[in-house]
Design a protein around this ligand. Structure first.
Ligand code: GLC
Length: 551
């Protein structure tokens, strides 16, 4: 691969959730050989990089974000040799590889945690995690009333009067980032994958690693009153950047330097701390994902984030979808906009609607898809890098109606079924209109796929003129003509429901968020997410205008 130091600044990164992408061996779980069998497809999309969600050995208490061994491949997904082959084959096709690093917690099956449980109170092994004596007689009560991101108490009993902290599932004990051996082990993991040719890292909950757990520990209510200004005991602490400064040195040992992107759900004003060149270099900006399909909100998000990216010396990232949120084609077709909550992203973005008894039949799929296509084209024109989640290129809706017995996400179980969780966006991809799992594999898939998946399948969309797959492919090809330029300026439209921006070389993007068609002053439409009417942008539609002839 050409050693381009800055590839990540304007890359289109396609997120593969390995267990749900393609299953080569027929056990119902996607695997690395499945991904290998679909490399032609990945190359055909015109993406710059693939981000692989965790493929490490894991008991799957949280879809693989509970890692039992950071430097290996889950045997159900393949071997290290398969991973080497996948990296090599993707590189041959000009596609870079980003892997997920999960440093806030390990799996409870990680040898360190097993050792900590066995070694007992006061042991060195327990120091790698966050163990505290319980409150009340015999330590029978959790040390504090904190709640986990997935619901229920954030402490679990170790069986001997001590409790351990788990910000997420019970099976995900938090590590103690004060420990030099914890720090050293993650540096080893980064080198392990960088040495194997991995080009970048996505850092899971990057804002949570370091904690100040000086006694007495505050109550949940007290915690909520402490400002998140770099000194909060649990979140977005300034001292987490000491970790990333060390990692940055490691990344920069490589040529080209390894890239990193922070998953940090922090206030926008603090995102640049993670995105600085001396820290991780880039951070997800989830504002677009959290916005309604609304011109004023989209405009504000873009203006603010371009300024933030410039301030940090980074480039912005744009995200509409990932494995934690309700898919955009459903979100934008909900009977009412999802209400924002203060919790973890997993409990936002339309799961609220599902929780309130929404069902797939209540979604306006036609409008949802129209807006998802328009939003995707709006996003792909912006300067910076864009992240696409597998199935987004198909306009795939959320599977809302999964039976309780089929669900896997710990948020479903920890909330006593109140929160449907994130399985609906993790249902294995439909590749063909038929077969036991719509081409996902030779047998049934690990999450049931609805019959309507057939019409969204890759094969069906390869054939259909105007399909979402063909639309996004074309947009990704055209994007190359201006993606690397920094030029961005808003163009006045005279209509509050219509946004228009200009990019390098005279390319323009126009999105009509409103209910009435919008007349353009130009007809050089290169691609449209909606009906192809010369010189008109229909409602819920984005068009890209090629540079005026002669320009
Ligand atoms: C991140 C991941 C999510 C996971 C959580 C805990 O938010 O995206 O899937 O459950 O971290 O690791």
């Amino acid at each position: 691969m050409a050693p381009d130091r800055d590839w990540w600044r304007h890359a289109v990164v396609y997120q593969v959730y390995p267990r749900s992408f393609a299953d080569a061996d027929g056990d119902g779980i996607g695997d690395l050989r499945g991904i290998l069998s679909r490399v032609d497809y990945l190359a055909s999309l015109g993406i710059d990089a693939v981000w692989l969600s965790p493929f490490y050995p894991s008991p799957l208490a949280d879809g693989g974000y509970d890692v039992a061994d950071y430097r290996n491949v889950d045997p159900r997904l393949g071997t290290l040799e398969d991973m080497d082959e996948l990296i090599a084959v993707l590189h041959e096709r000009g596609i870079r590889v980003v892997v997920d690093i999960v440093p806030n917690h390990t799996s409870d099956r990680h040898p360190w945690f097993q050792e900590a449980l066995a070694a007992g109170r006061g042991s060195e092994a327990r120091e790698r995690y966050i163990f505290r004596d319980g409150a009340g007689p015999q330590g029978a009560e959790p040390p504090t009333d904190w709640v986990s991101m997935f619901g229920g108490p954030a402490w679990a009993p170790a069986g001997d009067g001590q409790w351990y902290l788990h910000t997420f599932a019970v099976e995900q004990p938090d590590l103690n980032w004060d420990r030099p051996d914890v720090r050293a082990d993650f540096v080893r993991t980064l080198r392990f994958w960088a040495d194997r040719g991995v080009d970048g890292f996505r850092i899971d909950v990057a804002h949570m690693l370091t904690k100040d757990l000086t006694e007495p520990l505050p109550s949940r209510d007290e915690l909520a009153l402490i400002p998140v200004d770099g000194q909060h005991p649990l979140l977005d602490r300034d001292d987490v950047h000491e970790v990333y400064a060390e990692w940055r040195q490691v990344f920069d040992e490589y040529d080209p330097p390894r890239a990193a992107v922070a998953e940090a759900w922090v206030d926008s004003s603090r995102v640049p701390l993670y995105a600085r060149p001396e820290s991780l270099g880039q951070a997800f900006n989830f504002d677009l994902l959290e916005a309604d399909f609304d011109a004023a909100q989209f405009r504000r998000v873009v203006t603010e984030n371009l300024a933030l990216a410039a301030a940090s010396g980074s480039s912005s990232t744009w995200v509409l979808s990932n494995h934690d949120v309700v898919r955009p084609a459903t979100r934008y077709g909900l009977p009412h906009p999802p209400r924002k909550t203060d919790g973890h992203p997993a409990v936002k973005h339309g799961v609220q609607w599902l929780r309130e008894g929404g069902s797939d039949s209540a979604v306006d799929r036609v409008a949802g898809l129209r807006r998802a296509r328009a939003a995707a084209l709006f996003m792909l024109g912006l300067p910076g890098s864009a992240y696409l989640y597998q199935g987004e290129e198909l306009g795939l809706p959320e599977v809302g109606d999964l039976a309780a017995a089929a669900r896997q996400d710990p948020t479903f179980f920890r909330s006593g079924g109140q929160d449907p969780g994130r399985d609906g966006c993790r249902v294995p991809l439909p590749w063909s209109p038929d077969g036991p799992s719509f081409g996902f594999g030779p047998g049934p898939a690990h999450l049931p796929q609805p019959a309507w998946f057939a019409e969204y399948s890759v094969a069906a969309q390869e054939e259909a003129v105007g399909s979402t797959l063909r639309l996004l492919r074309r947009a990704l090809a055209l994007r190359r003509r201006f993606a690397e330029t920094a030029v961005f300026e808003w163009v006045d439209t005279g209509d509050p429901d219509v946004l228009r921006y200009r990019r390098g070389g005279g390319w323009e993007v126009v999105t009509n968020f409103g209910p009435a068609p919008y007349d353009l002053d130009r007809i050089e439409m290169a691609v449209t997410s909606g009906l192809n009417i010369m010189g008109v942008v229909p409602p819920d539609t984005t068009v890209w205008l090629a540079p005026a002839s002669g320009a």
